[in-house]
Structures are given as structure tokens and as C-alpha cells.
Design a protein around this ligand. Structure first.
Ligand SMILES: NC(=O)C1=CN([C@@H]2O[C@H](COP(=O)(O)OP(=O)(O)OC[C@H]3O[C@@H](n4cnc5c(N)ncnc54)[C@H](O)[C@@H]3O)[C@@H](O)[C@H]2O)C=CC1
Ligand SMILES: O=C(O)CCC(=O)C(=O)O
Length: 387
């Protein structure tokens, strides 16, 4: 029996995929798996029983990914599963920034009891007028799952799209409309675009990438959209640029005391992925990843360990070892198994940066002593008997 704990509500369409061998626990104690959306995990003490965390979503900045790798905890996310939900809100954000739709709705609400509201509306509506997005230049920073969808949709709406992503994956490149202008520098995006939307992960290298220097290079009256993470933007510099008229509107999905209620800023409460479809897609993908990992040891879509797939185990036993990506690891492992007379039927070893993963199918079950010997190898973080 496996136990899992949800740190945030996870769509039942996903949780229903857990079968009778799984028990949902109200606490993390004794759990094998944790499912999470945006809960901040950096200060949490995880029990040693936890071997997997699945983020039902894309961004993993709420999870101590490296510390987990050190402890042999495999962290998954669900790439692309909520991208359409975010894309649609980005399009809405562009439209809301282009005309004062919110102001117009608030005006009608305020005047709703006036007898001549229809005549008043015709007189007053000019204060809410704006511009169209067709023909405008949209700069997209980060052309992954979300950025590429925004790019294609905006092209369909008649915008001229510029994309910047020095690490663009081949899959994402294939998905992009050929009309999208490939920007080789951020400066080109800054100097050309009327709307700039950012879709990169929050990393040390991307923190506050939209800063005073970047803002100074942008066109007057630019609209900036941030549906990725608030810390990507130096919001004090952004507010100064808004107040000076350099920036026309800032649309952000991240409510905080700096932006909430500020003139010219449209703030939504982290709603990008809050659609039935996105929540279900993420939950289904996350639960499938957890099950395949716990039941077969396979890894797909981990952010701290490599992909590894040996299918369903048909041998007598399978063990999974998380370890550092260092020399001499495999020889130490096979020596321990060999000295106990354990024959290896199949084996895969993969690495990702500093960390590596070894899955071994055995023709007879490993003893407790050999498992302990494996665990004591320097650089090994976890040894798990999958079957
Ligand atoms: N508002 C919301 O509810 C949601 C927000 N997000 C945020 O959006 C981010 C992006 O999500 P996805 O598109 O699904 O991720 P993704 O991983 O598919 O795409 C990210 C892209 O950014 C690119 N990139 C990385 N560093 C870059 C840099 N310095 N300059 C330009 N490009 C760079 C990568 O090459 C990749 O193509 C997530 O990390 C998350 O923070 C994601 C989903 C929902
Ligand atoms: O789960 C959510 O609502 C947040 C989605 C998100 O920000 C992400 O997937 O990175």
C-alpha cells in the first residue's frame, strides 16, 4: 500500500487514477508521494519515506528541487498541461490592457440605477475607448509550452510576433508558426514591441530580468504582461516606468502589496491555470507520473533526475537507486550485487547534471544486507525496492 498527501487541492479526475493500492493521507507522515500546486515547500520537513513529489503545474520554484535531489527525492512537473489555460488568460490580458473594459464594466455597475443609463453610456463611452491588437508587435520572452501557444494565437489574431528563447527546445520550435520573427537578442524585443509578455521559469538568471535597464530600452507606451512569476520583474522599477508614462499598462497574475491597487496595473490572483481543463490535465499527468515511478521506477518529466524507462518489471525484483553523477558508481553497485550472487537481468543508468538514476532488474531478490551496502556507497541518496 502506498500513501500520498496533497498539499493543495488536486482535481479528482487525477486522484481517481490512484487504485486500491493507494491511500490518501491527511498528513505527510509515512507518505511515499506528495502532490502539490503552489504551496511553498522550502521550509517543510519531509519524512524520509517520501521518494516523489509531483507538481501539478509547470513552475517548481515553490519546491526545494536541489535539496530533494540530494535526498534522492524525484520531483516531477507536468509540462504543457496547463499551457492553454495560461495562453487564454494572456490573450485576455492583452485585450484588457488595450481598452478600458474593466473601467467600462465598473462604470455600468455604478450607474446601473440611472433611468437614462442608455443615453449616458453613449456620452461617456469615449473615456473607455482604446486600441486594437491586430497589427501591433508582440514580443514573447520564453517560447516553451505557454510562450509558443501565445505566439501562434497572437499570430492568428493578426499581431506581428517576435520571439526570444536562446534555449528553445526542438519540440517547441516545431510547434511555432513560421511567421514568428526569431529575435536573437532581448534588445530587439525591447526596442520593437508594443506588447511584451514573459514566459520563462523563475531562476537566478531570470530573477528581475525586467529591470530599470530593460524598461529604459522599451518603446514608450509599452504594455508588459507577466503570467510567469512576479519576481521576474523589478516591480519598483516597473511602477516608476508606469508613473512616468513609459509603460502604459502592467498586467500581472501575481497579487502582492507592490502592485495591488496601483493605477495602470491589472492584477489577477494567480488564475492562469485555474480552469477545469488545466487543473484536470495537470492532476492526471501528475498522478500517472507518480504511479509509474512508484510501481515501475520509471521517470518521465522530472526536473531533478533524468528520464528513465524500463517498462513494467518482469524480473523477480527491481531496485531503484538515486545517486550523484560520479565515476565508479556502477562498478560499486554491480560488485555488491555480484558478491551476493545476484544476477542482473536488465539495467539502465542515466544522468542529469549532478544527479543520476540507476534501475536494476534482478533475477533473485536482494537481501537487506546488500540493500544496506548499496545505501552506504558514497554518493547514493536512496535505494528503493520497486518490486
Ligand atoms: N500563471 C500561472 O498560473 C502559470 C504560470 N506559469 C509560469 O510560466 C512559466 C513558463 O511555463 P511553460 O511555458 O509551461 O514552461 P516551459 O518550460 O515549457 O517554457 C519555458 C521556456 O523558457 C525558456 N527560457 C528559459 N530561460 C530563458 C531566458 N533567460 N530567456 C528566454 N527564454 C528562456 C526555456 O527555454 C523554455 O522554452 C513557468 O515556469 C511558471 O513559472 C506556468 C503555468 C501556469
Ligand atoms: O497550480 C496553479 O494554479 C499554479 C500554476 C502555475 O503557476 C504553474 O503551473 O507554474
Amino acid at each position: 500500500m502506498y500513501q500520498f498527501h496533497c498539499l493543495n487541492p488536486i482535481a479528482s479526475k487525477g486522484l481517481d487514477i490512484f487504485d486500491e493500492n493507494y491511500r490518501k493521507s491527511d498528513t505527510m507522515e509515512d507518505c511515499n508521494a506528495i502532490l502539490v500546486r503552489s504551496a511553498k515547500m522550502h521550509d517543510m520537513q519531509l519524512p524520509s519515506t517520501v521518494s516523489v513529489i509531483a507538481r501539478a503545474g509547470a513552475g517548481v520554484n515553490n519546491i526545494p528541487v536541489k535539496e530533494c535531489a540530494e535526498k534522492g527525492i524525484v520531483v516531477f512537473n507536468t509540462p504543457g498541461a496547463n499551457a492553454n489555460g495560461v495562453k487564454e488568460l494572456v490573450l485576455a490580458g492583452m485585450l484588457l490592457a488595450s481598452r478600458d473594459i474593466v473601467g467600462g464594466i465598473e462604470w455600468v455597475q455604478k450607474e446601473k440605477d440611472k433611468e437614462d443609463i442608455d443615453k449616458l453610456a453613449e456620452k461617456q463611452k469615449k473615456q473607455f475607448a482604446g486600441c486594437e491588437i491586430m497589427g501591433k508587435k508582440l514580443g514573447i520572452i520564453g517560447l516553451g509550452a505557454i510562450g509558443s501557444m501565445v505566439a501562434n494565437a497572437a499570430t492568428g489574431l493578426g499581431m506581428e510576433v517576435y520571439g526570444y528563447d536562446p534555449y528553445l527546445s526542438i519540440d517547441a520550435a516545431w510547434n511555432l508558426s513560421r511567421t514568428i520573427h526569431h529575435s536573437k537578442t532581448l534588445d530587439e524585443i525591447y526596442s520593437q514591441c508594443d506588447y511584451i509578455t514573459i514566459h520563462v521559469p523563475l531562476l537566478d538568471a531570470t530573477t528581475r530580468m525586467i529591470n530599470q535597464e530593460a524598461l529604459a530600452k522599451m518603446k514608450d507606451g509599452v504594455v508588459i504582461l507577466n503570467f510567469a512569476r512576479d519576481l521576474l520583474v523589478d516591480e519598483d522599477a516597473l511602477i516608476a516606468a508606469l508613473d512616468s508614462g513609459k509603460v502604459k499598462k502592467y498586467v500581472t497574475d501575481f497579487a502582492n502589496h507592490t502592485v495591488a491597487g496601483h493605477e495602470g496595473i491589472l492584477v489577477t490572483p494567480h488564475l492562469g491555470a485555474s480552469t477545469e481543463e488545466s487543473e484536470e490535465n495537470c492532476a492526471v499527468m501528475a498522478v500517472k507520473e507518480v504511479r509509474d515511478f512508484l510501481e515501475n521506477g520509471n521517470i518521465k518529466n522530472s526536473v531533478n533526475f533524468p528520464n528513465c524507462d524500463m517498462g513494467t518489471c518482469v524480473a523477480v525484483g527491481r531496485i531503484a537507486i538515486t545517486h550523484k553523477n560520479i565515476p565508479n558508481m556502477i562498478s560499486q553497485v554491480t560488485k555488491i550485487l555480484g558478491s551476493e550472487g545476484l544476477n542482473i537481468a536488465d539495467m539502465t543508468n542515466k544522468s542529469k547534471g549532478e544527479y543520476a538514476y540507476t534501475l536494476i532488474d534482478l533475477e533473485s531478490a536482494a537481501s537487506q544486507e546488500s540493500l544496506e551496502a548499496l545505501e552506504s556507497i558514497e554518493g547514493v541518496s536512496k535505494v528503493r525496492v520497486v518490486k
